[in-house]
Design a protein around this ligand. Structure first.
Ligand code: FAD
Length: 407
């Protein structure tokens, strides 16, 4: 059976797929391979994980989560999914600072692309990484910790430095979140009160199809002490899916019912297959302060966007110092598009969006559909690090060569 990504739009071309169950087996596979890539949970929408040679999945490594309460960290195998780690941590009285919309994604894969949730004060999920353990080109096991010279270059790696077999993540005491959904936020209010809305709670998301005078939905995920402000939008009277016409059965509990952080921060429940299944995704990041200009630029392309769009999500992410992070040194607004699964129709719309946003220096989500990525400020340092860890580019592939070139 052909191995594909989650969306089914990429069929992996690997000659061999390895599923080691011990770190020593990972080391043997890497040492013996000429070219190798790592596959996480396969949730990316482009060829980032693909290779014609050897593909390794570390999903079979025993998770072995170990909490170090004094250091405020948990160490776990890289292939474990956020939802599984979150349930373990919560039972032990601990939490992660944030989660993406989906709990089914592997930690190492999410970290490798700078995957994020929402929250003006919250960095992307990779910013919680305090240490990584990776198998490098010769099969060596290398440990890097926050503060080491190479660390900020090695966390968001696009899989180009080695196989992450272990990650250490910052934890905090478990906390409670209340989730509120509002409908029909007046479009003029979004522009006029953008900064207030973006910072209105622990985590804020907006869902829109860019088509009318209102933004379809405003989702507020509030921590203790925060009270909901709908900014003139109407409180939802039932549980909502981001696409209002779809069943909300898969969505985490709303209506302000307090619940554990890991059952409110993701939009979708671990026990359900989320979204509509048939989709592609694109996401661009621009400076949070340029959001209103970006909204207008997207709306000018409504005639192109709407026919291929299922829904858009607007989120915010705090700046970080990770070299290849899309949020490197820039507090960002995330402009996300869930498209219909028709790559040929979506591609020209993505190109038009890249042109329309070009004056705002948009950075793409590494794991989603895009054409052009601007040169990261620290690319030179990253390539020098790769030259040291992987001089023969064993972990390279066409995607990495295309987007991380020296010139
Ligand atoms: C339904 C859905 C919802 C999503 N929601 C969000 C969201 O809320 N926020 C967001 O930012 N993104 C979101 N994404 C995108 C997703 O988080 C990223 O594409 C993420 O990188 C996928 O992780 P993965 O484990 O599936 O990695 P893969 O897609 O399998 O691989 C991605 C990259 O990580 C590398 N990699 C994987 N495992 C390892 C490892 N052990 N060691 C070294 N490198 C490794 C691969 O080589 C590849 O370069 C969503 C995607 C889907 C399908």
């Amino acid at each position: 059976m052909t191995l594909t990504n989650w969306a089914g739009n990429i069929a992996f071309g690997a000659a061999r797929v390895h599923r080691p169950s011990t770190v020593d087996q990972v080391r043997d596979v890497v040492a013996g391979a000429e070219r190798v890539r790592v596959l996480g949970s396969g949730h990316s929408f482009n060829e980032i994980a693909d290779t014609p040679a050897d593909l390794v999945s570390v999903a079979g490594l025993p998770p072995r989560p170990r909490i170090d309460a004094a250091a405020g960290t948990v160490t776990v195998a890289g292939g474990i999914r956020y939802g599984e780690l979150a349930a373990f941590l919560d039972a032990e009285g601990f939490a992660l600072h944030n989660l993406g919309s989906l709990p089914h994604i592997s930690i190492a894969g999410a970290v490798a692309t700078g995957t994020h949730g929402s929250g003006a004060a919250l960095g992307n999920l990779a910013t919680a990484v305090a240490g990584i353990e990776l198998v490098t080109a010769g099969g060596e096991l290398v440990r890097l910790a926050r503060g080491d010279a190479d660390f900020a270059g090695a966390v968001v790696s696009l899989g180009a430095l080695g196989v992450v077999v272990g990650v250490t993540l910052d934890v905090r005491p478990a906390f409670t979140i209340r989730q509120f959904v509002f409908e029909h936020l007046p479009r003029t209010v979004l522009d006029a009160r953008w900064e207030e809305i973006a910072t209105a709670g622990y985590s804020v998301s907006l869902f829109t199809d860019w088509s009318g005078d209102t933004v379809n939905q405003l989702w507020l995920k509030l921590a203790d002490g925060e009270e909901p402000d709908g900014f003139g939008a109407t409180p939802a009277v039932r549980t909502m899916h981001p696409i209002a016409a779809m069943s909300p059965e898969s969505c985490t509990e709303q209506g302000g019912v307090p619940g554990p952080w890991h059952r409110r921060l993701p939009h979708f429940k671990l026990e359900f297959t989320p979204s509509s299944g048939e989709e592609l995704q694109t996401e661009f990041f621009v400076a949070r302060g340029d959001a209103v200009e970006a909204f207008a630029a997207i709306e000018r392309l409504r005639h192109l966007v709407t026919p291929v769009l299922q829904i858009s999500e607007i989120r915010v992410v705090a700046a970080d110092e990770l070299w290849l992070s899309p949020h490197h040194r820039r507090d960002s607004v995330a402009l996300h598009f869930t498209w219909i699964r028709d790559g040929a129709r979506v591609a020209p719309v993505v190109a038009a969006l890249e042109d329309a946003l070009a004056h705002l220096a948009p950075r793409p989500h590494w794991g989603k559909v895009f054409h052009h990525a601007p040169r990261p400020e620290r690319l030179g340092d990253f390539l020098a690090l790769r030259d040291r860890l992987d001089p023969d580019r064993k972990f390279g592939n066409a995607f990495v060569e295309r987007h991380l070139t020296a010139e």
